[in-house]
Design a protein around this ligand. Structure first.
Ligand code: GTP
Ligand code: MG
Length: 355
């Protein structure tokens, strides 16, 4: 009898390497990021190209692009792309009619269910105002939520110049989205354009997509990155169970220590890319990204600024990340949840999510 045998008499009861690996695989969180319609697919396409960023021991991230418009889908990078409502739309888009987008998603509900039932977290990105994103986005969110995924919607709102009809359709779409998700984060294209008035519209949209991408990365990494201070999935659950509207703001500063955290924070809190106020939030995730030179006193400073900006009862979660390329700079991303708004009157919606 060897020493090992005497120490571990019941060796068979132990897990072998293979089994252990499988258990670890099975406990991995699966995050599905859906891009729905033109704007949504464009946004996730950018992220899918940087998929390596999301490699993690604790989670797997998949990018899924869906559209009624097959031509547009061909231009998109994703792990999986599929045309919804093939019968109804024949791959030609939803013609800016949200009802058509909704019916298209319902036609493809079996395919959608096959995907969402694998998700622990589903993030659904869509531009509000057209047909596909506005109509199909909430239906996909609903199916994810029904399949027990934590469901977050990210919705852009249209420009004034796009007209009243798009605005009204977008409003209805956001309300439907709210009913189907735990949180809907708003991104106002109009507000972005006010910040960069000289940009051409396509350049502004592409900037919008990269900012929305930042927000999504912030949320995804709060789950996938195992850092010294790590917000886990339970924290994320707590945050988004605040329900209602979410918003985010990003601030960056390369001023000297002593100034930079304050500057980045002020930018982030004062410029949420939507018309709601982060100060009204019931939950706040603050991500502080800096180089190795960022002192712990600066982390504390950021945390104090966060505490002083929202109500006493708000849940605040912090995340730090050190990146070499952030030497001399600090970036703060605020993800705020549970903000009351005119959108969250559930009586104002008329959608029936089931077929
Ligand atoms: N942020 C962002 N917004 C966009 C982009 N393209 C369009 N939008 C906005 O999103 C709204 C919806 O547009 P699309 O996503 O192209 O529409 P769709 O969902 O494909 O709908 P249909 O084409 O009618 O089927 C528009 O009214 C614009 O306000 C984009 O690339 N980025
Ligand atoms: Mg389209």
């Amino acid at each position: 009898m060897s020493d090992t045998d005497s120490m571990f008499p019941d060796a068979d009861a132990f897990i072998d390497e293979e089994e252990l690996k499988k258990i670890v695989e099975d406990t991995k969180q699966k995050i599905l990021v859906f891009g729905v319609g033109g704007a949504g697919s464009n946004t996730i396409s950018m992220m899918a190209q940087k998929k390596d960023m999301f490699e993690s021991e604790s989670a797997e991230v998949y990018f899924i692009a869906t559209n009624t418009d097959a031509q547009h889908l061909k231009t998109i990078n994703a792990d999986y792309r599929f045309v919804i409502g093939k019968e109804l739309c024949k791959g030609r888009g939803a013609g800016a009619d949200p009802k058509v987008g909704e019916e298209a998603a319902k036609e493809s509900s079996a395919e959608i269910d096959n995907l969402v039932k694998q998700a622990n977290i589903a993030i659904i990105v869509a531009g509000m105002g057209g047909g596909t994103g506005t109509g199909a986005g909430p239906v996909i969110a609903y199916r994810a939520n029904m399949n027990n995924a934590i469901t977050i919607g990210i919705a852009s709102t249209p420009l004034e110049a796009e007209g009243k009809v798009r605005e009204t359709n977008a409003d209805a779409g956001i309300k439907n989205f709210l009913r189907a998700t735990d949180t809907v984060i708003l991104f106002s294209n109009k507000k972005l354009l006010e910040m960069v008035p000289k940009e051409r519209i396509d350049a502004a949209f592409s900037l919008a997509n990269s900012i929305m991408m930042d927000a999504i990365i912030g949320i995804v990494e709060s789950v996938t990155k195992t850092n010294s201070v790590n917000t886990e999935i339970t924290d994320l659950k707590k945050l988004i169970s605040r329900k209602g509207i979410g918003a985010f703001g990003v601030g960056i500063s390369d001023s000297p220590p002593g100034q930079r955290v304050k500057e980045a924070f002020q930018q982030a809190i004062n410029n949420p890319f939507s018309d709601v106020k982060i100060r009204d939030a019931k939950g706040l995730l603050i991500s502080i990204i800096g180089g190795p030179d960022l002192a712990s006193s600066e982390h504390m400073e950021a945390m104090k600024l966060a505490k002083d900006s929202v109500s006493e009862n708000a849940l605040i979660i912090q995340r730090y990340e050190t990146k070499l390329e952030y030497e001399g700079r600090v970036k703060i991303i605020l993800f705020a949840t549970g903000i009351k708004s005119d959108y969250d009157n559930p009586n104002n919606t008329d959608i029936s999510f089931d077929n």
